[in-house]
Design a protein around this ligand. Structure first.
Ligand SMILES: CC(C)(COP(=O)(O)OP(=O)(O)OC[C@H]1O[C@@H](n2cnc3c(N)ncnc32)[C@H](O)[C@@H]1OP(=O)(O)O)[C@@H](O)C(=O)NCCC(=O)NCCS
Length: 289
């Protein structure tokens, strides 16, 4: 069964979805959500959301799998010691990743385009992020890593048909974190490709986490970060410009991001995960036989 309620403003809350244990893993949960999605699209509703206790790892895996985005974590929402993960889904709003762009490190010839893209955006939201700021940023990319004191940066650019169409500046920090700021592109799919590349890159080189921030009015860009698995940490009040608050978010490269204590996974949930994994493998094998 699944119970839903339609809220003011056109959002739909699932509360709860529950499949009899004997019938789990047979696609019934997915079917229920697909039916709800059709209902939402047909009635031009705006959004589906629900909340799941963080200990309920099976249901978290279900909503993750179905493409719901983790929008936030509400501590002690219904019970002391219990955090609720809030999931959201918007019809037709998932941002694709541009697959026709080449991502590479910045070269000297890209400097002018990077300046142009940066200056067409940054001054709107950040005081004193002017030409000098952008020149310093590019200079920091040209410096070799000597120590953290040299404030080295790595700038990645996205190239489409030989043109630079976006860039992302990364700053490795002490303690294993990497700041990703600014990430700017001519469209959201390109920015998504840049961020996805940086996430992979810094995971590969053994970094602990990446983090970034976006003006709180830039809803589509905040959603982009959430779709890539970033977790919103805080809203900072006017850190760079009067009247502009920043949504600060981070992505950790460890399971702690999903479950506060992975060792707390019970044998039962482990058993269930193996069950779903074997089901998926069987389905793939059947496709080839
Ligand atoms: C979560 C729940 C609804 C899933 O229903 P279900 O019918 O078993 O799920 P489905 O078989 O449709 O699975 C859909 C997808 O989610 C994945 N999935 C579902 N449960 C999973 C689990 N425990 N672990 C890993 N993946 C899981 C499946 O692998 C499947 O992926 P695929 O279609 O790509 O193969 C069901 O387990 C349940 O009722 N759990 C309790 C729910 C609850 O606590 N509700 C209260 C909070 S809302």
């Amino acid at each position: 069964m699944m119970s839903v309620s339609i809220k003011r403003g056109g959002s739909v809350k699932i509360s709860p979805i529950l499949i009899d244990e004997a019938y789990r893993g047979k696609g019934i949960g997915r079917k229920l959500i697909e039916t709800l999605v059709q209902f939402v699209e047909k009635n031009r509703l705006r959004k589906i959301y629900c909340s799941v206790a963080i200990q309920n790892v099976g249901t978290l895996a279900f909503f993750d799998r179905l493409g719901f985005v983790r929008e936030g974590y509400l501590e002690q929402q219904y019970r002391g010691g219990m955090t609720e993960v809030v999931y959201g889904w918007f019809p037709g709003k998932e941002i694709p990743i541009a697959d026709d762009v080449l991502i590479r490190e910045m070269e000297d010839k890209d400097a002018e385009t990077i300046k142009r893209i940066a200056l067409s955006y940054l001054p709107r939201f950040y005081s004193e992020m002017n030409e000098q700021f952008v020149s310093n940023m590019i200079e920091a990319h040209r410096r070799k890593i000597i120590s953290y004191a040299t404030k080295h940066k790595i700038i990645f650019v996205a190239e489409r048909n030989g043109e630079v169409v976006g860039f992302l500046t990364s700053t490795p920090k002490r303690g294993g974190g990497v700041k990703l700021f600014p990430s700017l592109a001519l469209s959201l799919d390109i920015e998504k490709a840049l961020l996805a590349y940086a996430i992979q890159h810094f995971k590969k080189v053994g970094r602990r986490k990446v983090y970034g921030f976006v003006p709180s009015t830039e809803t589509d860009r905040i959603r982009l970060y959430l779709e890539l698995g970033f977790r919103t940490e805080e809203i900072l009040l006017e850190p760079y410009k009067t009247g502009v608050n920043e949504v600060w978010s981070r992505k950790d490269y460890c399971r702690g991001n999903i479950n506060p204590n992975p060792l707390s996974l019970s044998w039962r949930s482990l058993h269930r995960r193996l069950f779903y994994l074997s089901k998926r493998i069987c389905r793939q094998i059947r496709k080839f036989v």
